[in-house]
Design a protein around this ligand. Structure first.
Ligand SMILES: [Zn+2]
Length: 296
């Protein structure tokens, strides 16, 4: 784990190996990662997995060709029960994980036992939602994603990810399909050089410096960096929509039992509360907007 201060910020940089059919990306998560850490006290072993998953999702989101979001999900029988990372095409992110209390230390295969990895592409409008799911395999998030790309997308992909106490970072290389002029030797060389990057370098060097450190002898085209940030898409209106789906009887019975309908967002810890007056309004024929004063 690395905890020193860096001033790289939250950014994603894409680069291309000219004439070699290889694309690359480097991402740094700084405040974005801390925003997730501040909201829940994750055990150290899970923190690494969650941070590296956020890095991987940000790297994968760079090629989204529609307005919408990429959702990376790990579902297991425990100790890690659920991990969800969402990243939009504008690189706003949110993430959460649920685990059982006795989380051991160890590699991914121990923490996420008998788990599945799903990647969902969820366009905001127009296009169909697409999901691809594989058995989770590998000792690290990078290995799990490499296996996913190999089996599900038939794209040779290499990832290097790392997460510390204050920042997380990673790099992706992807071999483009043959018709885009793939050069086998260039791919091997790019991976071989990429494998020399250390976690410390990923966390402390800027994307430009990493590209220079690894590939200064290659013909590389570097694109402008794009910002990355934490943003949760939850809202009182969305919670109201979900409660209306539950129906008046269900909501009424929660109200009877607890005196209050309380919904907490697991991504950002925002609390949404509905008292008996609020819930009556939920199902009134003439829907009146709920007053902001009932948001706590
Ligand atoms: Zn939220």
């Amino acid at each position: 784990m690395y905890s020193w201060k860096v001033k790289i910020g939250d950014s994603l940089k894409r680069f291309l190996f000219e004439h070699a059919g290889i694309r690359g990306e480097i991402v740094h998560l700084d405040a974005t990662w801390r925003a997730v850490l501040e909201r829940r006290d994750y055990p150290p072993a899970l923190r690494t997995i969650l941070g590296e998953s956020m890095v991987a999702a940000a790297l994968m989101s760079a090629t989204l060709k529609f307005a919408g979001r990429l959702i990376m999900q790990i579902q297991g029988r425990g100790p890690l029960n659920l991990l969800v990372v969402e990243c939009t095409n504008n690189q706003t992110m949110r993430a959460m994980a649920q685990w059982s209390n006795d989380l051991p230390t160890g590699p991914l295969s121990v923490i996420a036992e008998d788990a599945r990895l799903a990647i969902t592409l969820d366009p905001t409008t127009g296009r169909e939602r697409y999901q691809s799911m594989v058995e989770l395999s590998g000792q690290t998030i990078s290995e799990a994603l490499e296996n996913y790309f190999h089996h599900s997308e038939q794209l040779e992909t290499r990832l290097w990810t790392t997460a510390g106490n204050t920042c997380a970072a990673g790099m992706l290389l992807q071999h483009l399909p043959l018709d885009q002029g793939t050069d086998e030797e260039a791919w091997k060389r790019a991976v071989c050089l990429g494998s020399t990057i250390t976690s410390k370098e990923l966390l402390t060097l800027s994307a430009q410096d990493i590209i220079h450190r690894l590939y200064h002898e290659e013909d590389i085209r570097v694109f402008d960096s794009t910002p990355v940030g934490f943003r949760c898409s939850c809202s009182r209106d969305r919670v109201i929509g979900a409660l209306r789906m539950l129906g008046p009887d269900e909501v009424e019975s929660i109200l009877d039992e607890k005196g209050l309908v309380s919904v907490d967002c697991e991504f950002c810890n925002q609390h949404y509360r509905f008292d008996s007056v609020d819930t009556k309004q939920l199902f009134a024929t003439d829907i009146i907007p709920l007053t902001p004063s009932s948001v706590h």
